[in-house]
Write a protein that binds this ligand. Structure first.
Ligand code: FAD
Length: 368
């Protein structure tokens, strides 16, 4: 717990509710993690600002929590206050084809709202769990689209200057699963605005599997499809891979893709290619003199099958997707950590490539 006068001061803020019972196992999609010193639920963005300011002034470590879908948290008591954002208003400006969402809005509700509003551009990001406010943090992406394609501005609370302002998305250095907000804790996203397409059609489809399922022909230039059709197909594809959260399905008790796709020198990509000898090995240009490999493919070729290490394990690879590390119901943080270390070491031994975890770790690290 906190010093009781500070806790009282926080509790007195409008739109705040203290929760001294909740654990990170309750707050995360991995269903793993111990107890924060205190959890503070904030129903308005003004409450978020006031709470973060008080905690920062008292030099108390805090963690902003949205949907907990990109968090790997240690067991036991954690020296951190969880600030849970629950401000979730979403509005549309039809004249400008923009949608603005408060940080605590569930991302998939925002996507559904955009589809109902006839605005295209984020349908390929359907089914990604978590909050709208977290989407810029690691520039979420799926099926050929990234939030950076549509994000115009974010409302930030700058924890150093204490100011709230709207900042152009271009200042976030958005790149593959990266922004300058990730791992820095320098600012809190209070709201986001996206520029969408008004004609009821999707953004051009760039992802092969999705395009094939939507009967796109190879000769079609910048193929687009009705947004509802694309959303439904993306959700279907994601469900097949265990990538839509479902409390009853342990294959979805994960943090999504556990490792990022490694970006390596071409010589490393060629050495992997020569070791495996598969002409269809996935490798893509990734900027100047770099190539992107598929982490899932590397894990499989290093000898880890879906479901590894098998029935009975508390933590295992998803039975539907090699890149998701899952809690089979009773896994501890250590069970998950050991599995992550085994996979990373196996890929390194096989190919000399070091996989980098995608989620944010709290209270432990893959190097422990
Ligand atoms: C089944 C599954 C599928 C997934 N599929 C994808 C996918 O296809 N593509 C993809 O990119 N990701 C995917 N993810 C990862 C995850 O859903 C995203 O990273 C998501 O944006 C995390 O949102 P969250 O609200 O749950 O963040 P949290 O897990 O609550 O937080 C993650 C990090 O962001 C910070 N943060 C959260 N909100 C804010 C805020 N408002 N301001 C500042 N910092 C903040 C937290 O402090 C923490 O450091 C998947 C996860 C799961 C479980």
């Amino acid at each position: 717990m906190l010093d009781s006068s500070l806790a009282q001061e926080i509790a007195a803020i409008d739109g705040v509710e203290l929760d001294s019972e909740v654990t990170f196992a309750d707050l995360t999609t991995l269903h793993i993690g111990g107890k924060p010193r205190l959890a503070v639920r904030c129903r308005t963005t003004a409450a978020v600002v006031a709470v973060v300011k008080l905690l920062d002034d008292a030099s108390l470590p805090l963690l902003i929590v949205g949907g907990g879908s990109n968090l790997v948290v240690a067991d036991g008591d954690l020296d951190v206050v969880a600030v849970i954002i629950e401000a979730d208003a979403v509005s549309v400006n039809f004249a400008e084809s923009t949608i603005t969402a408060e940080a605590g809005a569930q991302w998939d509700d925002v996507v559904a709202f955009s589809v109902e509003s006839g605005l295209g551009g984020i349908e390929c990001l359907s089914g990604i769990p978590g909050s709208a406010g977290a989407t810029p943090v690691q520039n979420v992406g799926a099926y050929g689209t990234e939030v950076s394609d549509v994000l115009t501005q974010v409302q930030l609370y700058d924890r150093h200057s204490g100011e709230v302002s709207w900042v152009p998305a271009s200042e976030l250095e958005l790149a593959y699963r990266y922004s300058n907000l990730k791992f820095t804790n320098r600012a809190v996203v209070l709201a986001i605005t996206m520029q969408l397409l008004p004609d009821g059609l999707s953004a051009p489809l760039r992802y092969g599997e999705l395009a094939r399922r939507l009967a796109v022909s190879a000769s079609e230039w910048q193929p687009r499809r009705p947004i509802r059709l694309v959303r439904d197909m993306v959700l279907e594809l994601r469900r097949g891979k265990g990538m839509v959260v479902d409390a009853g399905d342990h294959d979805t008790w994960s943090a999504g893709s556990f490792f990022t796709n490694p970006i390596v020198d071409p010589a490393v990509a060629t050495s992997v290619f020569e070791k495996v000898g598969e002409p269809t090995m996935p490798r893509y240009p990734a900027g100047e003199d770099k190539e992107k490999l598929s982490a899932a493919w590397l894990i499989e070729r290093a000898g880890f099958a879906k479901g590894h290490p098998g029935p009975g394990a508390k933590a295992a690879l998803s039975n539907k997707h090699t890149l998701a590390l899952t809690n089979r119901g009773e896994a501890s943080a250590t069970d998950l950590l050991r599995l992550a270390q085994e996979i990373r070491a196996g890929v390194h031994d096989a190919f000399g490539v070091t996989l980098v975890p995608e989620p944010v770790w709290i209270g432990m690290s893959i190097d422990d």
